[in-house]
Design a protein around this ligand. Structure first.
Ligand code: NAP
Length: 503
């Protein structure tokens, strides 16, 4: 159970503590933030509402802890990360339980998220040892006009304090995808978890605590993003921000100082279906891509662009599969569970009603109870409908019928988002041309969009992000190149003995 066993010390009465200076603490604010269970719509947990002074303290500690951490041998940093990964995986049950309660993620998927996160930490430790254990050696005589008198040594150095802000939908996985690369690279880390998902994150942080990381190196500040977010992101001690979430990321980018940013933001991933596609494969991928975790995934299929000639057949196949989706509590592993909040459910409903008013075809009856929205496929959606462009982040999927591949590509490219997309066809040559034409960070051929496996590069174009994720890219983003140049008085060529006599 959450907050019990090895996790007892992270709880103060009914409020979870925050983590600073290697200790679990109660905020001096005397205030807490409620975490509402999306299924019951009742308060499930409470976390500390941290103050600006507490943020200042954490930043000060992070700055000083980083200096010694950067001098800790790489293999020792990796060893601690492996230890944290093992503790996390051993304690998957209480962490998964809190994911079920605070973000209504189906129980099985919640366990998968924790295990996947442990694997990601370990992979990052291994990859970090290789990437950071190597540098470059450059010789000056490759550039015109130079003799071989300069030896240039390059290596990667940490940035300092990394601020990590993950979203509610994968709070543990998207937190460790920032924490592990930051730490292996010699940075310190301040985590601001999403409010819905904070308790799962606090449990995860405790696994790092138990692994024995130095005091002050990792901290976790809780509180509403709208209240402490600006203070954190504009804090002068922060040397890098790794953020995953919605449009908030765009405003953070505008306010942040001259520091590297890793922004993984929203998406409107298109699924382009050609006439020769295997429609059974497409239908399964639309179900998996559009309705897993009730559509609350950045890489969910968010618009289907299907050739008119096969649209009727595809819609029938998808409808048949939608009818089989189970709807209900996450504890029972239902496919469709309550969306994260009432405001999210209201937003989704607004998109549905707009589509209704403008004449979309409802393949199922629209049904909602509290935050629970039944899966809905909307056919004959047109570009004048909001749902053709906006991200519902819920179990509602629009189908636009197209008369040419160009029409599909144009729709995809007219979006302000550019996260992922997918194309279904048996013609690999066409698939490559379409993939190249789509203005998105990734295109999947004959499969639904997906972020994983977690070591693949993952990036969004346009409003979908800045920088690239994936283990290697994150490590690189959280480091800077440092060079040392050795200057020789006379040119020296390997194996050239001629000059020795001149010494
Ligand atoms: P969100 O509302 O943007 O929140 C993301 C995080 O930002 C939360 O931790 C939130 O804290 C915090 N926050 C809010 N206001 C802030 C501020 N002013 N300064 C700093 N931090 C602030 O997003 P969400 O609803 O959690 O997640 C859904 C969105 O994430 C969707 O748009 C989805 O597409 C996107 N997403 C993208 C990716 C990707 O990799 N591209 C992956 C997953 C999700 P509070 O919870 O306390 O408000």
């Amino acid at each position: 159970m959450a907050g019990t066993g090895i996790f007892t010390e992270i709880l103060d009465g009914e409020v979870y503590k925050y983590y600073s200076d290697g200790e679990w603490k109660t905020s001096s604010s005397g205030k807490s933030v409620a975490i509402i269970n999306p299924s019951t719509r009742k308060t499930q947990y409470k976390v500390q509402a941290c103050t600006q002074e507490e943020v200042n303290k954490v930043m000060e500690l992070a700055k000083s802890a980083q200096k010694s951490w950067a001098k800790t041998p790489l293999w020792k940093r990796a060893e601690l990360l492996h230890k944290a990964a093992a503790i996390l995986k051993d304690n998957k049950t209480p962490i998964a339980e809190s994911l079920v309660k605070e973000i209504a993620k189906p129980a099985k998927d919640s366990v998968t998220e924790v295990v996947r996160s442990g694997d990601l930490i370990s992979y990052c430790a291994e990859e970090g040892v290789r990437i950071l254990g190597e540098g470059k050696f450059l010789l000056s005589d490759s550039f015109p006009g130079n003799e071989r008198t300069k030896y240039c040594l390059t290596s990667k150095i940490p940035l300092g304090v990394v601020l990590a802000i993950p979203p509610f939908n994968y709070p543990v996985n998207l937190a460790v995808s920032k924490i592990a690369p930051a730490l292996i690279a010699g940075n310190s880390l301040v985590l601001k978890p999403p409010t819905q998902g904070a308790v799962s994150c606090l449990h995860m942080v405790h696994c790092f605590h138990l692994a024995g990381f130095p005091k002050g190196l990792i901290s976790c500040i809780t509180g509403k993003g709208s209240e402490i977010g600006d203070f954190l992101t504009m804090h002068p001690a922060v040397n890098c921000i790794s953020f995953t979430g919605g449009d908030t990321g765009i405003s953070i980018s505008k306010k942040a100082g001259m520091i590297p940013l890793q922004m993984e933001l929203g998406g409107k991933d298109a699924c382009i279906v050609l006439e020769d596609a295997d429609l059974d494969l497409v239908a399964s991928n639309i179900i998996k891509g559009g309705f897993s975790y009730s559509g609350q995934r950045c890489t969910a299929v968010k618009v289907v662009l299907v050739m008119e000639s096969v649209a009727d057949e595809l819609v029938e196949k998808v409808k048949a599969k939608v009818a089989k989706l189970t709807v209900g509590p996450p504890e029972e592993n239902c496919d469709i569970t309550a969306v994260v909040s009432e405001s999210s459910a209201n937003f989704i409903e607004g998109l549905v009603m707009d589509a209704k008013d403008k004449g979309a075809t409802f393949c199922q009856e629209y049904k909602r109870e509290g935050n629970l929205i039944w899966p809905l496929l909307l056919d004959n959606v047109r570009p004048d409908m909001r749902i053709a462009w906006e991200e519902p982040f819920g179990p509602v999927l629009p189908v636009l019928r197209i008369n040419s591949v160009e029409e599909g590509i144009n729709h995809c490219n007219a979006s302000n988002f550019g996260l992922q997309g997918c194309v279904f066809t048996k013609d690999i040559n066409k698939a490559i041309l379409i993939s190249d034409a789509m203005e998105t960070g990734t295109v999947q051929i004959n499969s639904a969009p997906a972020r994983g496996p977690d070591h693949f590069p993952f990036q969004g174009l346009k409003d979908s992000g800045i920088g690239s994720q994936g283990v290697t890219n994150s490590i690189n983003l959280m480091t800077k190149v440092k060079t040392t140049v050795i200057n020789l008085p006379t040119p020296s060529y390997s194996m050239g003995h001629g000059f020795i006599s001149r010494l």
